[in-house]
Design a protein around this ligand. Structure first.
Ligand code: NAP
Length: 310
C-alpha cells in the first residue's frame, strides 16, 4: 500500500520536533517532519527569548526556530506542511493521514505541543479575532494608543502585558487570585511598569460587546461577592495556559486526566515505537530548552528502537 514506510516521522515543528529532527537526521534516518499548519509552535508567537542557553543577549523566538529548522535540514530532515488528521497506531508500521495522503512509519515522535486555553465564554468565542486574542505578538500592533486587558497570572500573561505596553496606552492585568504565578523577574518588571494596572481576585464573566462585533469592555466579578464591575477596553488578551494537542491519539495512547501523553523510561509512550517529546507530555517545565532536550531524548529512543527491530 502506497510508498514504503519511513523510519521516523516527527509530528510538530517546535523546539521538541526540530531537535528530534536534527538528531534523527544526524543518525541517517532521514526523518520526515510533519510541521503542522502553524510552523514553529508557540515560540513563533513569542518575542524575545532570554532564557535559552548560549544566547547571552537573548534572541527572537522565530529566529531560534528558524535556526533549528535550518540545522535539521542541513543533515537531511525533510519537511511537510499540513496537519495529520487521522492516525492509526494499532498496526506496525503506524499510519498517518496528511492532506488525504497516507504516510507510514516504523517510529513516530509526537511533538505536537499545546495550544492556548480560552475562558469558555460565548462572548469570547464570538469576539475571537475581533478584539479578543490569545497572541499579543500577533495582534498587539492593532491596539496602538488603545486600552487593553490581559487575563491570567502566569509568565504568558505578564509577558503579553509587558509586550502590549509598547502599543497600548494602558494595560490592565486581570487575575483570579491575589498572587501571580509568573517568575519573580517578570513580576518585578510588571509591577515597575507604569502602564500596567493589576486587578486582583477577579473572574471575567463577559467580554463586551458581541452585539457590536467589537470589544468595548470586560465585565468581572469580584471574588467572594456577587458584585460586577465593567472595565472599558478595546482589546482582550486571554493568557490562561495551554492544553496539549493530543486529540488525534485519543483512545490510542495512555494520557493523564488533562490529556497529556504519559511517557516512561525517557520518552516511551504506551505504544512501542511511539515516542513523545515537549509540551505534549510535559505540563510541569514547559520551557523551550526542556522541550528541545526531550526532543533529543525521543530521537535517541527512536534510534535505539529501530536498531532493536533490525
Ligand atoms: P500557567 O503558568 O499555567 O499560568 C496560567 C495562568 O492563568 C495562571 O495564573 C492561572 O491562574 C490562570 N488561569 C488558568 N485558567 C484560568 C481561567 N479559566 N480563568 C482565569 N485564569 C485562569 O501558563 P502560562 O502562563 O501559559 O505559562 C506556561 C509555561 O510556560 C510556564 O511554565 C511558564 O513559566 C512558561 N513561560 C515562560 C515564559 C518566559 O520565561 N519568558 C513566557 C511564557 C511562558 P492560577 O495562578 O490561579 O492558577
Amino acid at each position: 500500500m502506497g510508498s514504503p514506510a519511513e523510519d521516523v516521522i516527527i509530528l510538530g515543528s517546535g523546539p521538541a520536533g526540530l531537535t528530534a529532527a536534527l538528531y534523527t537526521a544526524r543518525a541517517n534516518l532521514r526523518p520526515l517532519v510533519i510541521e503542522g499548519n502553524e510552523t514553529g509552535g508557540q515560540l513563533v508567537l513569542t518575542t524575545m527569548v532570554e532564557n535559552y542557553p548560549g544566547f547571552p543577549e537573548g534572541l527572537m523566538g522565530p529566529e531560534l526556530i528558524s535556526g533549528m529548522r535550518q540545522q535539521a535540514e542541513r543533515f537531511g530532515a525533510r519537511f511537510l506542511k499540513g496537519d495529520a488528521t487521522v492516525a492509526d497506531l494499532s498496526r506496525h508500521p503506524f499510519s498517518l493521514m496528511v492532506d488525504n495522503e497516507v504516510h507510514r512509519t516504523r517510529t513516530l515522535i509526537i511533538a505536537t505541543g499545546a495550544s492556548a486555553n480560552l475562558l469558555g465564554l460565548e462572548s469570547e468565542r464570538k469576539l475571537l479575532g475581533h478584539g479578543v486574542s490569545t497572541c499579543a505578538t500577533c495582534d498587539g500592533f492593532f491596539f496602538r494608543d488603545q486600552q487593553v486587558a490581559v487575563v491570567g497570572g502566569g509568565d504568558s500573561a505578564v509577558e503579553e502585558a509587558l509586550f502590549l505596553t509598547k502599543f497600548a496606552t494602558k494595560v490592565t492585568l486581570i487575575h483570579r487570585r491575589d498572587k501571580l504565578r509568573a517568575s519573580k523577574i517578570m513580576q518585578e518588571r510588571t509591577f515597575a511598569n507604569p502602564k500596567i494596572e493589576l486587578l486582583w481576585n477577579r473572574t471575567v464573566v463577559e467580554i463586551l460587546d458581541a452585539s457590536q462585533g467589537k470589544v468595548t469592555g470586560v465585565t468581572t466579578r469580584i471574588d467572594g461577592s456577587s458584585s460586577l464591575e465593567t472595565l472599558a477596553c478595546d482589546g482582550v488578551f486571554v493568557a490562561i495556559g495551554h492544553s496539549p494537542n493530543t486529540k488525534l491519539f485519543s483512545g490510542q495512547l495512555e494520557m493523564d486526566e488533562r490529556g497529556y501523553i504519559v511517557t516512561n523510561h525517557g520518552t516511551m509512550t504506551s505504544v512501542p515505537g511511539v515516542f513523545a517529546a515537549g509540551d505534549v507530555q510535559d505540563h510541569v517545565y514547559k520551557q523551550a530548552v526542556t522541550a528541545a532536550g526531550s526532543g533529543c531524548m525521543a530521537a535517541l529512543d527512536a534510534e535505539r528502537y529501530l536498531e532493536n527491530l533490525g
